[in-house]
Write a protein that binds this ligand. Structure first.
Ligand code: ADP
Ligand code: MG
Length: 625
């Protein structure tokens, strides 16, 4: 665009310059012509040559002058003309009119292109005639000179106008030149810019090409990597599939092994007997040590952990110095000496606790006189630590950790906890701090089919974590001790029953099992001196005696396979009926005080435990569907 515009302008400039030159020449010519014509005319006349000025044809003034000079009076006219022209120029004519020579006049006339005066030549003497002719001619010439003068003025005007227009054109020309220069510099700048851009473009193209190369290489690398990874994934997938098959196979084998373990475990438990007795003798308390360094009347066998011997020396009937020593030895599933820790004791019962998860009802209770260590064994001391915690918290810990392990074999469990107390044949909920008045707790069958028992209005708490159960145990302990202060060690005359209902299911194998783990801290088994007991205490003692002897009767009846088992004779046996039958595993702790003063109570406890120990109450069956 810019180039085309510049070309147009250059052409226009050239045309304008040519035009201007031409005009200048044209406007310059007349003056020159006039001067030249005058000179040439003058020179021609001086030479005596009558000639037509050649330049006259180039301008209208010249043409007019040439025409005017033609004629008969050319001579005189030429003289006048020269005078007139000289006057116009502002100079006096050198030729004197009054005494012209004929030759001079003719020269002037021929110079002016006028014919010589009079076609007829007047005689030389006719000066008058000649003068009048010349006057006529002068008049004509004056008219002509006037005409030429006005024409000259006209042409001068035109010349001025031409000059002005030329100046204008010059200015336009200058402006156009400046514009052209500006455009040319712009063009140069644009061209430079264009060159820069072209260089940049070339650079960019080079970079692009280089980048494209790099990217293509990278793409190729990535494609190779991808192919490798796809191959690797395919290999891994086939390995996974193989391993999955192996896992399924192993699962199957594991399941079979687990079933076998349960079967063998149960066989071992059966061989041990479905009712087992563990004897535990507590250590002397600090307050009881006065003078006694060791327990006097309880002996243990160094070689046999199952034997316990109670000794008593009595004055001989035969002499004062002699003392007869009576020995009562008993053998149980295990006898724990005072030094045994809670951990040692739990190790012995943990297998039984495991059975609860396998679908067997399990009942563990502690029997013994008040102060023999039942509560210590079952729950732990008041200032319980991790080492001293009792069987209930340990059993809960084990149940929850084993349930977690069994999850990997597809087993999921639901646990429901309850904690109650039976005092004077009345049930009290230990998980309720402020019991409502007149709330009745009745033991009822949940439904005839399952034969599962439940206590009406009792709080059954679904628990998912062991800590929740520990909190419930602590709550029950606190509620029990509140009653203790109010009713003078009420706890020793009540049975506390902690129950954990376990519902397991294995959806992969469509298996379910339900069981109850019952942990019972029985009321003190000591016999009260009936003669000294009156009112409430007597009723308490009778209730305890009744329920404990009922427990004994139930176990004996089960042992002798009687058709009627007197469960309903006490709340305790009624509540525990599913846990004491052939379908359950029972363990009894017989707790003993090491003090000599408790000898007869210890003996009674051991005798009761011995009866229980000799019982075989059928084969436990797993509660499976
Ligand atoms: P019970 O519940 O049979 O009435 P406790 O469990 O309350 O008896 O025990 C009576 C006292 O003996 C408590 O102070 C208890 O801490 C302590 N005790 C019982 N057994 C042990 C033991 N194995 N080791 C240490 N202290 C014990
Ligand atoms: Mg107690």
């Amino acid at each position: 665009m810019a180039k085309a515009q510049i070309c147009d302008l250059q052409q226009h400039l050239e045309v304008t310059q040519n035009l201007a030159k031409k005009r200048k020449n044209d406007s310059m010519e007349p003056a020159v012509v006039v001067k030249k014509s005058v000179c040439s005319a003058a020179s021609a006349s001086s030479k005596g040559v009558s000639s037509r000025p050649s330049i006259g044809v180039r301008s209208q003034y010249g043409v007019g002058l040439a025409r005017a000079i033609h004629g008969t009076e050319a001579r005189s006219r030429a003289v006048n003309c020269a005078a007139t022209v000289a006057g116009v120029i502002g100079k006096k004519p050198r030729v004197a009119v009054t005494a012209p020579s004929i030759v001079q006049t003719a020269a002037v006339l021929s110079c002016l292109g006028l014919p010589a005066v009079g076609s007829k030549k007047r005689p030389a003497w006719d000066l008058k005639g000649q003068l009048s002719d010349m006057k006529v001619q002068l008049g004509n010439m004056k008219t002509r000179v006037c005409e030429y003068t006005s024409k000259l003025e006209m042409s001068e005007l035109q010349s001025r106008q031409l000059h002005e227009s030329m100046d204008q054109r010059d200015k336009q020309l200058d402006a156009a030149r400046a514009h052209i220069n500006e455009l040319q510099s712009n063009l140069k700048a644009v061209e430079l810019l264009l060159k820069d851009r072209e260089v940049e473009l070339a650079k960019c193209q080079d970079e692009n090409t280089a980048m494209q190369g790099v990217l293509e290489n990278k793409l190729k690398m990535k494609e190779m990597e991808l192919t490798q990874k796809v191959t690797c994934i395919e290999e891994q997938q086939s390995t996974i599939a193989e391993q999955r098959d192996m896992i399924v196979e192993r699962d199957e084998r594991l399941h079979c092994a687990e079933q076998e373990r349960r079967r063998l475990h149960n066989t071992v438990q059966e061989l041990k007997g479905n009712i087992r007795v563990i004897c535990r003798v507590r250590p002397l308390l600090d307050s009881e040590r006065e003078g006694l360094s060791e327990i006097q009347n309880v002996q243990f066998s160094a070689s046999d952990e199952k034997v316990i011997i109670l000794t008593k020396s009595e004055e001989s009937h035969t002499g004062h110095d002699r003392k007869d020593e009576f020995k009562y030895d008993f053998s149980f599933d295990h006898v724990f000496q005072p030094i045994a820790t809670q951990k040692d004791v739990f190790e012995d019962i943990s297998q039984l606790v495991q059975s609860a998860l396998d679908g067997y009802n399990v009942c563990i209770f502690a029997y013994g006189q008040t102060g023999s260590g039942k509560t210590f064994t079952m729950e732990g001391p008041d200032d319980m630590t991790c080492d001293t915690k009792g069987m209930i918290p340990r059993a809960v810990d084990q149940i929850f950790s084993t349930a977690q392990e069994l999850k990997t074999m597809g087993w999921t469990y639901k646990f429901t906890a309850s904690f109650l107390e039976i005092y004077n044949e009345t049930i009290r909920d230990l998980l309720v701090t402020k019991p409502e008045k007149n709330v009745e707790y009745e033991i009822k069958l949940l439904n005839n089919k399952s034969k599962q028992l439940h206590v009406t209005n009792l709080k059954y708490v679904t628990v998912t974590m062991k800590d929740q159960v520990h909190n419930l145990i602590a709550m029950a302990k606190a509620n029990r001790s509140v009653a203790k202060t109010a009713a003078n060690d009420h706890s020793s005359r009540s049975h506390s029953v902690f129950q954990l209902q376990i519902e397991g299911s294995n959806s992969d194998r469509d298996l379910q099992c339900t069981s109850t783990l019952s942990l019972v801290d029985l009321a003190g088994s000591e016999r009260l001196d009936k003669s000294q007991s009156k009112g409430d205490r007597l009723r308490e003692a009778q209730a305890i005696n009744t329920s404990l002897s009922c427990l004994g009767h139930v176990i004996m009846s089960l042992s002798s396979k009687e058709s009627h088992i007197p469960y309903r004779n006490s709340k305790l046996t009624y509540l525990l009926q599913n846990n004491l039958g052939g379908n359950s595993k029972t363990l009894m702790f017989v707790n003993l005080s090491p003090l000599e003063e408790n000898f007869s109570e210890s003996l009674n406890s051991l005798r009761f435990a011995n009866k229980v120990n000799n019982c075989v109450i059928g084969t436990a069956q797993v509660n499976r569907k």
